[in-house]
Design a protein around this ligand. Sequence first.
Ligand code: SF4
Length: 322
Amino acid sequence: MLPILEIKDLKKHYAAKTGLFGRMSNTVKALDGISLAIEKGKTFAIVGESGSGKTTLGKTMLRLIEPTSGSIIFNGQDIMALGTESMRKLKTDMQIVFQDPFGSLDPRWTVRRTLEEPLRTHYSYSAETITKKVDEILEVVGLTPQHALRYPYELSGGQRQRVGIARALILEPQFVVFDEPVSALDVSIQAQVLTLLQDLQSRLSLTYLFISHDLSVVRYISDHVGVMYLGKMMETGPSEQLFSNPLHPYTEALISAIPQPDPDKRRERIVLSGEVPSPRNAPSGCVFHTRCPKAMPQCSSIQPEWLQVSENRYIACHLYNN
Ligand code: SF4
């Protein structure tokens, strides 16, 4: 199947001041050569520790952050070539839901006003049509017209996240980025929201990019997974294969840390030494070499290439160089 969205060699580099009085400058590679493809109707999850570039990737794919270079192909169209007006129209097809629903909702607005706003911005619907669309989307996300009268502080965390999802879906997008959508919620509410997302995906044929640091959640919801570290993609592959047979030493370490109730399925925990280095001072060669239990002499000086190791699996690691 052709991908609905494909990115190739996507980079976002910043110049950062360093040293005493900020006299020296350094290049921060927030994203450094990311390539991936997402099939229509599927969920591609991005995992990695804090500072890996997951959120920057999600925002850059929607051009909420302008990339330094690379291409973003959506439905066969290079969106990097689009002007402001074409991009504004396309944004109805590409939406984002943020982690903190309280922070992303205007506290002075009722739920109805929050949901009406995107419709008023992008279309010239009649007041009657807008009311109907708001009532419909509330029902789709499991809320009632009574919720439309409330302000964010009058809602529970789960209800606020449902409003965040409704606000993204009211424009009938094809592709939605979810940036840690359940990590601020209690575990029982997390399960309800994840079930809702799966239900909406099959009902509305949606395609998701799902960003999370929680591998248990990713395992539950994803079809395909990409593992990021310090702005680079370490490994991508179908979820089932990646979780049952992780290839990259970083993926192996992350997966070994997932709590496993079945003692027969428990892996030996791989504890990584040290902290994630600062993106302002990323290691040379393989960016993971300072923490990799399998590092070899060449890893500190030579950057591994992005290699295809089987039909759907890609990896950046010298262990797989023939
Ligand atoms: Fe480890 Fe070397 Fe592979 Fe990097 S390239 S993950 S340091 S073995």
